[in-house]
Write a protein that binds this ligand. Structure first.
Ligand code: ADP
Ligand code: ZN
Length: 435
């Protein structure tokens, strides 16, 4: 039976939702125009006045904002309220370049917790559950974000943060955690540590987890579900818009509902900026319509996704986004072919037999791109004969070629030789950038 944190919002009919969105959009646009120089200058330059925005149908008239805008106004230049109303700041973990800083008022924190409470409730959590948070606490939004949501739900929160995996397993066991939240790669790393310690999934009480902050595939989901004996749900967010909880999965597990009463999504062509029709794949753009301290207008996330508006069996009316294939700036162009690391993860996991640890190494030699995938073999393969390993290399090479249309050099490496991530994993080493 599907449960909701806030059925009135989550299941609102489209007309009412659009009316609410239009009202909130108009108010936000007026407020940022009056309070944030960058928005005022940019809207003036585009010839758009706040009064030109009368409903969500006018959204496309607004100029885009970019990550570079946050860097240029570092640290507080885009804040829309005086600093004495800002009760918390966070900063991006800096996966791609210089840190960016965002802020929250008390109302913003409450709204954020509500979004995460919706995600946790959709995953089946209630106030009898124990929530093990192994997202990092600190400037990164992960830990504090889901922490607030779990407290709102009334769960017993265990704020473990990242690191010291053995200790984490002991806490899982002794404290009776029923829910866990971390990056999907750390979930697998914990499963690996569990096995090494001789702890089985029957020794722990975990029944579900919310995983996000990096792309992960359906194959990886099955792997996590099987190894930890849980239901693995996806949760999406980004620092610039709020943190985790911008979108979350329901029991159907076929995409993440976007909290549309707070964030309006659009899909655009990343090259032309043109808004794409329903169902098309493109860059996800968000407009915040209820935030006070840091409301972004038409923010270019660089995440490549598709949106799906059909009826969901869970009863929620919020639009669903498909798992992001990755960011447009994560996409590699190797010998002219577009390659997302997630495609390689899919190939490796679908072949079975290999551990999902891999690293892509790209370089340029004599003006040609070199493309190597180092794949960690699982401990049971390690005992295999040389012939088997050769066979395995060939299978991977052929599967990669079939999926991507280009040849890669496959190198099998020893178990545990690829570094384990506690937060977001690093799958790509692009040496071309150093030349
Ligand atoms: P940084 O930009 O430094 O990595 P963030 O934590 O703000 O810091 O990263 C947000 C980004 O992480 C998103 O834009 C998206 O690319 C990725 N991300 C977050 N959640 C998911 C998810 N569930 N699936 C895929 N990618 C995700
Ligand atoms: Zn649903």
């Amino acid at each position: 039976m599907e449960r909701y944190w806030n059925a009135e919002m989550e299941c609102m009919d489209r007309d009412s939702l659009e009316t609410l969105q239009s009202y909130r959009l108009m108010r936000t646009v007026r407020r940022v125009y009056d309070n944030v120089p960058l928005y005022r200058e940019r809207m003036d330059a585009a010839g758009v006045k706040p009064e030109d925005i009368r409903s969500i149908k006018d959204l496309h008239k607004l100029p885009f904002t970019y990550k570079q805008d946050l860097r240029d106004t570092y640290p507080y230049g885009l804040f829309a309220v005086p600093m004495n109303q800002v009760v918390r700041v966070h900063a991006s973990s800096g996966t791609t370049g210089k840190k960016i800083v965002v802020g929250y008022t008390a109302n913003d924190l409450d709204m954020w917790s509500e979004c995460c409470a919706r995600a946790l409730t959709a995953a089946g959590a209630d106030n009898t559950d124990f929530m093990h948070v192994s997202y990092g606490y600190g400037l990164f939004t992960g830990g504090f974000g889901v922490h607030g949501g779990a407290e709102k739900v009334g769960m017993t929160v265990i704020p473990v943060s990242t690191g010291n995996s053995k200790q984490q397993i002991n806490v899982l066991k002794d404290f009776g955690s029923t829910f866990i939240c971390c990056t999907p790669s750390y979930a697998l790393s914990l499963a690996e540590t569990m096995a090494e310690m001789g702890v089985t999934k029957d020794d722990i009480k975990l029944r579900a987890g919310l995983f996000g902050a990096e792309p992960w595939t359906e194959e990886m989901r099955r792997d996590i579900e099987q190894k930890l004996g849980i239901k693995a749900m996806d949760i999406y967010g980004l620092t610039e818009i709020m943190g985790p909880g911008v979108a979350f999965e329901c029991s159907e597990q076929t995409g993440m509902h976007i909290n549309e009463d707070h964030f309006i999504p659009e899909i655009i062509d990343p090259d032309t900026g043109e808004v794409l029709p329903e169902g098309a794949q493109g860059e996800l753009v968000f407009t915040c319509i209820s935030k006070e301290a840091f409301p972004m207008l038409r923010y270019r996330t660089r995440d490549i996704v598709t949106l799906e508006r059909g009826v969901c069996s869970c009863g929620r009316t919020f639009v669903k986004m498909k798992k992001p294939a990755g960011r447009s700036d994560d996409m590699l162009i190797i010998r002219g072919v577009n390659v997302f690391p997630s495609q390689i993860e899919s190939v490796l996991l679908s072949l079975g037999n290999t551990a999902p640890y891999y690293q892509i190494i790209v370089d340029r030699v004599n003006n040609n791109d070199t493309f190597e995938i180092q794949v960690e073999i699982s401990p049971d393969m390690f005992t295999d004969t040389v012939g088997n390993l050769e066979e395995q290399t060939k299978r991977i090479r052929e599967a990669v070629h079939t999926t991507l249309g280009i040849q890669a050099k496959i190198t099998l490496v020893e178990p545990k030789s690829i570094p384990r991530a506690e937060g977001k994993s690093v799958h790509v080493i692009d040496r071309r950038k150093l030349h």
